[in-house]
Design a protein around this ligand. Structure first.
Ligand SMILES: NC(=O)c1ccc[n+]([C@@H]2O[C@H](COP(=O)([O-])OP(=O)(O)OC[C@H]3O[C@@H](n4cnc5c(N)ncnc54)[C@H](O)[C@@H]3O)[C@@H](O)[C@H]2O)c1
Length: 385
């Protein structure tokens, strides 16, 4: 069978995507010299990732791994994935693959990402990419030393709505930007305890989306001041029953950006939300930015946006723009970076940005512990779009 060259891929993947609407995808994927993917963590989020990966013409799903063996076998059977493992060591020594997609508990990410990099694998990690900024930085150093790539969720910067907002800001249409706000919360995950254990919390699980969006739009933060708390002290979880909550489930973070711009993010696991965990039907702003010449809001959550509203000095009536998300989906990250490896191109998503957001989360915790304002050291290429 004829293989498709990497250069041709950029052009042909559009045709393949169109053809895939008419015919079974597998008949196309077999013809290509694909990126081999291994997925670790067969829990809830894998149910969104795997179908997206299977649709990508650039991806060959080689293996799945989970420490709960029945999850591995059920997942492998459902998606016809040939190799199954119940520990990362066996996975890394087993059927060869190019990139590890890490969908495990937050506290496991740093350790597993390091093991994969040490064994020469690129890594796509669910957020956060490590348990601390320092650990994350050392992972990126390791990746670079080995000529490997490391990326982390979320992919909010990939949406057309983010691009519209970024271009509007870069074009100066908002004038001087003074203030911005983001919020995201629900009543908390029920299936796994790790969200509430040390190293978990609403900031790395939920606040991370707004922090990525606002730093992506306004530029790196210079300092952070924050308060966090625990509102619900005990939770009943699917895998460990009744537990004591150790990580914050309520957070308020203030960021100082360049030129006097201040922004605020709030996240929590105690927010009643009529739109639920999925945010389906959410039609109100969750991100708002105020400048001297205009204000702009993102409608719906930043991980699943429905449009951008803009009111300006010249046109005071609020107008809704960019109501189509195109092919953007929050679960696309592993497919998008695999496609970038395949076509030897740089995706918009950037590991330095993910590290900056990790430093903000750590600084927010330090600010709560010490009552101090915390200066940040990291930065990232800005603007992203
Ligand atoms: N569930 C969602 O809607 C959602 C959405 C976006 C991002 N995320 C993120 O995805 C990650 C996973 O969340 P989830 O909801 O799927 O959790 P989950 O508990 O449903 O799944 C995690 C899986 O990882 C496995 N695991 C843990 N340690 C492991 C190890 N050392 N080796 C192999 N497998 C291991 C667990 O057995 C479990 O099956 C988290 O970082 C979360 O923040 C979740």
């Amino acid at each position: 069978m004829k293989k498709v060259s990497r250069q041709d891929f950029i052009f042909q993947s559009g045709i393949l995507a169109a053809a895939a609407l008419l015919s079974p995808i597998h008949s196309y994927t077999k013809e290509m010299d694909q990126i081999k993917v291994g997925v670790i963590g067969c829990g809830k989020v894998s149910q969104a990732y795997l179908p997206h990966l299977l649709k990508s013409p650039a991806v060959e799903l080689v293996s799945v791994c989970d420490i709960v063996p029945e999850r591995v076998y059920e997942t492998a059977e459902k998606h016809t994935i040939p190799h199954q493992y119940d520990n990362i060591e066996a996975m890394l020594e087993g059927a060869p693959f190019d990139i590890l997609v890490n969908l495990t508990d937050m506290q496991e990410h740093g350790r597993l990402n390091r093991q994969a990099l040490e064994k020469g694998r690129h890594v796509w990690s669910e957020k956060p990419l490590a348990n601390s900024y320092r650990e994350g930085r050392s992972l990126l150093d390791l990746a670079r030393a080995k000529g490997l790539k490391l990326w982390s969720a979320p992919v909010v910067v990939n949406s057309p709505q983010f691009a519209f907002m970024s271009r509007t800001i870069q074009d100066g249409k908002l004038g001087k930007i003074a203030a911005a706000h983001g919020h995201y919360g629900h009543r908390g995950p029920s299936w796994s305890a790790f969200f509430y254990e040390k190293g978990g919390g609403s900031l790395p699980d939920l606040g991370v989306y707004n922090l990525s969006t606002l730093t992506g739009l306004l530029g790196p933060a210079k300092s952070v001041i924050a308060m966090t708390s625990i509102v619900t002290e005990q939770r009943t979880t699917g895998n460990k029953g009744e537990i004591e909550v150790e990580a914050e489930d309520n957070a308020m973070v203030l960021m100082e950006h360049a030129n006097g711009t201040l922004s605020h993010v709030q996240s929590g696991f105690n927010y009643f939300d009529p739109y639920g965990h999925e945010g389906t039907g959410q039609n109100r702003p969750t991100i708002s930015i105020w400048g001297t010449k205009a204000n702009m809001s993102l409608i719906g959550y930043d991980w699943a946006p429905f449009g951008v509203e803009l009111a300006t000095l010249d046109n005071r009536e609020t107008v809704r723009y960019e109501t189509d998300a195109g092919s953007y989906l929050w679960e696309e990250g592993a497919s998008v970076v695999s496609e970038s490896l395949y076509s030897n191109s740089e995706p918009i998503i950037n590991c330095e940005h993910a590290l900056h957001v990790l430093e903000i989360i750590e600084a927010a915790r330090e600010s709560q512990e010490t009552g101090r304002r915390i200066s940040l050291t990291s930065t990232f290429p800005y603007p992203l779009v």
